[in-house]
Design a protein around this ligand. Structure first.
Ligand code: ASP
Ligand code: MG
Length: 440
């Protein structure tokens, strides 16, 4: 069995959904197809939720109506028979009635999760109507029947496997299943989700649970590229990456894949393929256990980073100082990305600064701090680059006239990270593209 996941743009237009139907019926291997919401829908639902939270019901109502009109137009091109149109209209009516009922209830977090779930429910159900119209035999599997997260909001592959097997057992002889990405049930049995962009994560969890032959992630670009195609002129797709390399790239800014989606595939050793719906014949990127080669594969950038410099009031690095620093971040559940130390100070970076004021207050009881916002981590990723001769020299040769604020080297064998002011990001990515890949 294989898993095929299609993102928001891949189902974002009626004709794109038609193409998805072609792609999933090309071969006869059994498959579970995981769909995102139609592009733009989840953003709209987030806005609706926010309006409701702020008790701005009229604005929420307008948003709901606009979205409903969009769907009514969508199905006109999606299906053509009267019967299919009627079924699709019924589905839209049902889900938008639900949103309109929510309008009348007072806002709470759980209800907001219900709102966010509507996108994937709509896309899969409408797609199913289209498949039926085309005479393509399939079964819609409600993700809420098997995707779950535990009390810590973490998915457990074994639990998902058990539930999924139970659900699949109801459909012997079926080879094509359609299900929702993103949504799940939490430990209280409520509708929940795997956070924004979480459909990739759903796909990889389902792949692990189903012991799939491959987890295909279909987007609108030919796999992972060596650099950010939105920023530099010339980029090349990477044919093969190891799980470790892909994890670093996804975590440090490559937008194509949700970072959490690597671990289930890696742990259960399911190859992941990144493929392009617009160009299905293109090779894309294969992610698997082993790296194809050593050395630099790609650079990625992650914005919105805050750097904190912490100087001990009583150094020279008294023992226990780092522990005290880390404890503060742990207490406020704030992950640290990069860290460098000198004899009298430590600099580190965080990307979630919601608890920054409290963190600083506690740090200042035993140190002096300074904060730089608006920073970008640029990561250079490739198997064993930390020991690969010349990589470091090439990196620094490429960074002339750049103010490098921090360097992290040697922590992971696959990553060299530098911190720069976000204003210099474009220049850094361009210069590295020339210096490391010879791409002008
Ligand atoms: N629809 C969800 C989002 O936009 C999940 C996903 O597409 O991956 O975040
Ligand atoms: Mg995505």
């Amino acid at each position: 069995m294989k898993i095929m996941k299609f993102g928001g743009t891949s189902v974002g237009k009626p004709h794109r959904m038609h193409e998805v139907a072609t792609l999933i019926t090309k071969d006869t291997e059994a498959k579970i197809v995981v769909l995102s919401a139609v592009s733009g829908t989840t953003n709209a639902l987030v806005e609706i939720g926010n309006f409701l939270m702020e008790r701005r019901k009229e604005e929420a109502k307008i948003k709901i109506d606009t979205l409903q009109e969009k769907y009514n137009a969508f199905i006109q091109e999606l299906v053509s028979t009267t019967d299919a149109k009627h079924k699709a209209e019924e589905i839209i009516k049902e889900h938008f009635e639900f949103l309109n009922i929510i309008l009348r209830i007072s806002y709470n977090e759980a209800l907001n999760k219900d709102i966010l779930a509507q996108g994937e429910l709509l896309s899969t159900k409408l797609f199913s109507v289209y498949l039926t119209e085309k005479g393509i035999q399939h079964q819609l599997l409600p993700a809420l029947d098997f995707m779950s997260i535990d009390v810590n909001d973490e998915p457990q592959v074994d639990t998902i496997r058990q539930k999924l097997n139970g659900v699949l057992a109801n459909y012997p002889g079926f080879v094509l299943f359609i299900t929702q990405g993103f949504i799940c049930r939490n430990a209280r049995g409520e509708v929940d989700n795997l956070k924004r962009g979480g459909s990739d994560y759903s796909a990889s969890l389902i792949a692990a649970a189903a012991n799939a032959s491959v987890c295909e992630i279909w987007t609108d670009i030919n796999g992972m590229h060596n650099n950010d195609p939105r920023i530099v002129n010339k980029t090349i797709p990477i044919e093969q990456l190891s799980f470790d390399e892909a994890a670093e790239l996804a975590y440090f800014g490559a937008k194509i894949l949700h970072p959490a989606s690597i671990w289930p595939a890696q742990q259960y050793n399911i190859p992941v393929k990144l493929l392009n719906t617009m160009e299905p014949e293109a090779k894309g990127t294969l992610i698997q256990e082993k790296a194809a080669s050593l050395g630099v594969k790609a650079v990625a950038a992650k914005d919105g980073i805050t750097a904190i410099n912490i100087k001990s009031s009583r150094m020279l690095l008294a023992y226990g100082f780092l522990r005290k620093v880390f404890e503060v971040f742990e207490k406020y559940r704030t992950p640290i990305d990069m860290i460098t130390t000198s004899e009298v100070a430590v600099s580190l970076t965080i990307d979630n600064d919601t608890a920054l004021p409290q963190i600083l207050k506690e740090l200042e009881s035993f140190s002096t701090t300074s904060v730089d916002k608006g920073q970008t981590i640029v990561s250079i990723v490739g198997a064993e680059i930390a020991v690969h001769p010349n990589t470091l020299k090439k990196v620094f040769d490429s960074l002339q006239n750049i103010d490098v604020r921090m360097v992290s080297y040697g922590g992971s064998a696959h990553n060299i990270s530098i911190l720069v002011a976000s204003g210099q990001k474009i220049q850094v990515l361009q210069q590295l593209n020339i210096g490391l890949f010879g791409l002008h």
